[in-house]
Write a protein that binds this ligand. Structure first.
Ligand code: FA5
Length: 340
């Protein structure tokens, strides 16, 4: 009797184990058959009822069935564990032969890249690249540029003064006079650098921005020379003829003076925050060097003439890359910087 019961239990349990479709199913079968209140426990309770002479054989059979079922369960559990491992290995597969991703390389700031590009261009045309101090004297920033003490042009460039009487240079033009003193005529020089103004900030105005001064002193310099170099610069930077306009501009250190505006490339002239809805962006004031400034530089204006320009480098970068807010340059936002 008990033997038949055990054999039937063995068969149905093995079938249950075989049919289990998930680890949860399998656990249910295990509890039903091998659990404390499972079918096998039930059978072993009945052992007491059978004659003692048959008890040993029945006990052996019970153990054999129990062992067989445990083995079948374990085998199936192992199968599930292996399948799970395989699936994980497939999903999390790493090719160890690939080179490891190294530290992310940094890059030069886009203003630095543009500055180096313009430097290369001017060097190829025979210009020297000069540097000047950011903390400047009143003499070089204003006086030697023919801007007298009571001149309104001093107010136009709101100045950060230092308690020592020095100032943070408001433009790169002081390097004109320093350059003339250093090089003597004839000369061709550019002077890129950082300048500072106590300004209210908006999409096109920063308190700290970059300019690039340019100056050429030689015999019989005319506006035609100036235009040639400016057009060459813009063609090289934009890789096409940029639309520009020249209008009279007043700066005490040039005579005549001009404002070179560029057709706004952010909005294509339709009007935006950068061009203040005008379609044009003030980019490069310029002119022929005032005789007084040549004199301050130790150069005789009867013998020599010159042109000068003061390119707004940050604004040029905005036009070239279509950046619609000047504040991004110094925001330190890596998402912005990584694009260049
Ligand atoms: C000057 O600074 C003159 N020194 C330029 C000059 C040089 C004239 C040589 C003649 C001969 P201006 O203040 O306009 O000029 O500034 C020059 C350029 O700097 C502007 O055209 C503009 O592109 C840029 N710029 C001026 N203010 C700001 C500002 N707050 N933020 C960003 N760019 C500015």
């Amino acid at each position: 009797m008990l033997t038949g019961k055990l054999a039937a239990l063995r068969e149905s349990a093995l079938a249950g184990i075989g049919a289990a479709a998930s680890p949860e199913d399998l656990e249910r079968v295990r509890v039903d058959v091998l659990g404390r209140k499972g079918a096998l426990a039930q059978v072993s309770k009945d052992m007491g009822k059978i004659p003692p002479s048959e008890r040993a054989a029945a006990g052996q059979l019970l153990n054999a069935v129990k062992l067989a079922l445990e083995e079948a369960l374990e085998a199936k559990q192992r199968g599930y564990a292996e399948a799970e491992l395989r699936a994980r290995l497939d999903a999390e597969w790493i090719d160890l032969t690939l080179p490891a991703p190294g530290p992310r390389p940094g890059s030069l700031h886009l203003i630095t890249q543009l500055r180096e590009e313009i430097e290369d261009l001017f060097v190829s045309m025979g210009f020297a690249v000069l540097d000047g101090p950011e903390v400047e004297s009143e003499y070089y920033n204003f006086d030697a540029l023919n801007i007298p003490a009571d001149h309104p042009a001093r107010d136009a460039q709101d100045t950060f003064w230092m308690t020592s009487g020095h100032l943070l240079r408001t433009h790169t033009s002081p390097v004109q006079v320093r350059g003339m003193e250093r090089l003597g005529p004839p000369l061709r020089m550019i002077a890129p650098g950082r300048v500072f103004r106590n300004e209210s900030i908006d999409a096109s105005h920063e308190h700290t921005f970059y300019q690039l001064e340019g100056m050429m002193v030689d015999r019989e310099i005319s506006v035609a020379h100036l235009l040639y170099f400016m057009k060459t610069l813009l063609r090289e930077i934009f890789h096409r003829e940029a639309t520009v306009r020249l209008r009279p501009g007043f700066f005490p250190f040039v005579e005549p003076g001009f404002e070179l505006d560029i057709h706004c490339l952010i909005c294509d002239g339709r009007g935006c925050a950068v061009c203040k809805q005008s379609g044009w962006v003030e980019l490069m004031p310029c002119g022929l060097v005032h005789p007084n400034v040549l004199r301050y530089g130790g150069i005789d204006p009867e013998q020599w003439g010159g042109f000068a320009f003061g390119l707004g480098l940050t604004r040029l970068a905005m036009m070239r890359y279509g950046i619609d807010d000047i504040r991004q340059f110094q925001s330190g936002d890596l998402r912005f910087l990584r694009q260049f």
